[in-house]
Design a protein around this ligand. Sequence first.
Ligand code: TRP
Length: 363
Amino acid sequence: MTPATPSSSSSQARPRILTGDTPTGTLHLGHWVGSVKRRVELQSTHECYFLIANMHAFTTRAEQAGDIRRDSMEIVRDYLAMGIDPTQSAIFLQSEVPAIAELTFLFAMLLPFNRVMRNPTLKDEIKIKALGETYSFGFPLYAVGQTADILAFRPVGVPVGEDQVPHLEMTREVARRFNQIFCGVSEHAEDADHVRLGGTFPVPRADVGAVGRLVGTDGVNKMSKSLNNAIFIADSPKEVQKKMGKIFTGRQSPTEPGDINNALFQYVDAFITDPARVAELKDRYARGDNLGDGHVKQEVAEALNKMLEPMRERRRLYEGNDAAIIDILRDGCQRANRVAEETLAMAKDAAKLGYFSRRLTLD
Ligand code: TRP
C-alpha cells in the first residue's frame, strides 16, 4: 500500500489535529455522538492523526496483552466503519511511534511529581477503578505520556471529551515550560504566540464537542460498555431493536403527557434526522396524544438501523481480514512517525540533545 500523505509534515497546509482512544473494547453510539462523528467531519479540512493508546491500556491490564491487541484491531474496524478514511487520516499505534516514548522521558523531567499526582482525571480513575495504592508506576506516567502523544504532533487542537481536559491542561503546561526553558520564550508570552517567538511547541487547545454525553439504554447512566447499557456500532438490527425496547421512561400509557427531556427523547434528538418529525413527536408525546413509548422506540430503532447499515457494511469488508487492518496501521504509523520524528529532532536540538540525525523505517 502506498502511503498517502495529504501534505508534507512540515508544510502545515491544513491545521493539524491529534486525538486518540484507549483500546478497551468495541465502540458504541456514545463514541459516535461524543467524538467520532466530529472527527469524520474534521478530516476533510484538517490533517488528522488518530492514536490507538495501546501502551496506555497496559497501565491497568498488563496481564491481558492478547485482549489489548484484539481491542486495538477492533477499534480500527470501528473507525473505518464510522467513516474515518485511512487515505486522509492517519490511524496509528502508540507503541510503534518511538518518539512518543522518548518525549515522555524528557517531559517527565519538566513536571513536578506532585503536579502529576494532582491531575484530577488520574485521581478519579484511581477511585473509579479502585486502584488503591497498588497501581503501577506506569499508571501516573501515562498522563505524562499523553502530553507526549499530543505534542509529538504539534497540533493546533485536540478534540476530546470533557474528562480529558485535565490532561490537556497538563499538556499546555509542558509546552509552555519547554518553550520557556529551552527556546527562550518569555514567561509572559501569550499561548498563541509561543511558536512565533521561537517555541518548539504550540500550546494546543482542547476542542470539547457539543454533545459530550449520550445516556445509555438503562435511561440513567452515560453509555458505557462496562455498565452494560451500550448499543454497539457492530450490533445487528435485531439487537438494536431489542436494546431500544429496554429504555426505561416510567410512562404508563400513550395518553399520559410525557416528558420530552427523558432518555428516550435524547435518542429522538440525536438520531431522528428530520427536524419536522422530531417536533411532531415531541408535541404529541408532551400532550399525551396517543403516542406510545413503543412507537417512538420503534421509530428511533429504524433511524438507528438506517444510520448503522452502511457502517455495518463497511465493517464487514474488514471482518476476518487482519492483514488489511495491519496495512492501514503500517501506513498510519509511517505517516505519524514522519511528523513525530521531526518533532523529536526539533525538541532534542532545543534541549542540546541533538548529536546525530536518524531515520526510522518500518517493515
Ligand atoms: N486518555 C484517552 C482516553 O482514555 C486516550 C488518549 C491517549 C488520548 N492519548 C491521547 C486522547 C491523546 C487524546 C489525545 O480516552
